[in-house]
Design a binder for this molecule. Structure first.
Ligand code: PLP
Length: 393
């Protein structure tokens, strides 16, 4: 296929050339002073993205490893946790907890909205015996394109005065959607490298509160590789307890510099602008955005419902073959019924418009009923948006 591939899945996101060049540097001795300087820079620098002054642990892992780390460092077999069924990724995190002998109360959801703070508050209020040890939610549900209101969930926990730990998956929201680990008193924030951080897959993150560290002193789930204690102790000198992913850390240093240069607020505003334009296109096509609550529609990706009896995967295959664009598939319960347009990471206006052109031509090529004019609607939406103005959305 000729020309540039349009990677518009909701992560991994395209990797900027600056980051690719940084990763291509020669490997260095991970026990050297040169490495320690790099280690300190990325461990300290990552804190700004999580908006925390507390430790950030970086694993050579995918996001799934960081999910597991959050569980094994804080919980014990037989503990009860409260989660919300926002979609496929919330379900996968729940499954991991279950495998470790955790009892998960899973508030059912229809995959068309974020976690409901009122439902969480109601369940915590009933828990007079304070059996629930943690509330665990996915900030940006990548399978649907719904963002949960983390600040409101924090408020729900506080309203009840419930002592549960608060754990949040930001794997597809970090560095794309405003997130405040300290201000929202999140105890463990889980993340990954391959989305808003614009890196290849391969780094997993836990931002850890004092309360979570205290829990890790007495919980009984066994761990070795994921153990925070040894990691944080050795990180103090800029080193890691085992061979780190040195070249990905070069990339992380560059990514953090890029985010700082643009400014996090501008990064978030850009994501909001692009998401609004994408939704304008979907509406103009006469298709439906999967997330029904406008306040929770994701700045990172847009899930689109296919018209009944049209297969999303057939459409995606045709779009890929004819126009060299990769779109996200429907996952789990919505497989075949939904496709997802990623607009995260280094995405900008013209990249989005190119992708939307691919979708519009793909819909026509696949014979999916729709109106034309989605790209024009997105352009009009972008023209009305002040660059850098997050208030538009
Ligand atoms: N959580 C969310 C919200 C995700 O989007 C993903 C991956 O896309 C994961 C967890 C799992 O991360 P990984 O595939 O890096 O293990």
């Amino acid at each position: 296929m000729q020309g540039r591939h349009f990677l518009h899945i909701p992560g991994p996101s395209p990797i900027p050339d600056r980051i690719l060049r940084a990763i291509a540097m020669p490997i260095i001795d991970h026990r050297s002073a040169e490495f320690a300087a790099l280690g300190k820079t990325v461990l300290e620098g990552s804190k700004a993205v999580f908006k925390t002054k507390q430790p950030v642990v970086i694993y050579p892992s995918s996001g799934t490893g960081a999910w597991e780390a959050a569980i094994v460092n804080t919980l014990s077999p037989g503990d009860t946790v409260l989660m919300a069924e926002t979609g496929h990724f919330a379900t996968l995190w729940k499954n991991i907890a279950t495998r470790f002998g955790i009892e998960v109360e899973f508030i059912p959801g229809d995959w068309r909205r974020g976690a409901d703070p009122a439902a969480i508050e109601a369940r915590l209020a009933e828990d007079k015996a304070r059996r629930i040890k943690a509330v665990m939610v996915v900030h940006n549900e990548t399978s649907t394109g719904a963002t949960s209101r983390v600040a409101e969930i924090r408020k729900a926990i506080d309203t009840v005065g419930h002592p549960a730990l608060f754990m949040v998956d930001t794997i597809s929201s970090l560095a794309s959607v405003d997130y405040r680990h300290d201000e929202w008193q999140v105890d463990v924030t889980v993340s990954g490298s391959q989305k808003g951080l614009m890196l290849p897959p391969g780094l997993g993150f836990n931002a850890v509160s004092e309360k979570a560290l205290a829990a890790s002193k007495s919980n009984t789930l066994p761990r070795s590789f994921w153990d925070w204690e040894e990691m944080i102790r050795i990180n103090a000198g800029g080193f890691f307890p085992y061979t780190p992913a040195t070249n990905l850390l070069y990339g992380l240093k560059e990514a953090l510099a890029m985010l700082q240069e643009e400014g996090l607020d501008q990064v978030f505003a850009r994501h909001n602008r692009l998401a609004s334009a994408c939704r304008a296109a979907v509406r103009a096509w006469g298709l439906e955005v999967l997330c029904e609550n406008p306040a929770e529609q994701s700045p990172v990706l847009t899930g689109v419902l296919m018209p009944p009896s049209h297969d999303a995967d057939r459409f995606r295959k045709i779009a890929l073959e004819k126009f060299n664009i990769s779109l996200g598939s429907g996952l789990g319960k919505v497989a075949g019924k939904v496709f997802r347009i990623g607009h995260l990471g280094e995405c900008n206006e013209l990249a989005l418009l190119g992708a939307l052109s691919g979708v519009e031509m793909g819909l026509a090529a696949a014979g999916v009923p729709h109106r034309s004019g989605g790209v024009a609607a997105a352009m009009a939406d972008l023209e009305g948006a002040e660059p850098g103005n997050a208030a538009k959305v």
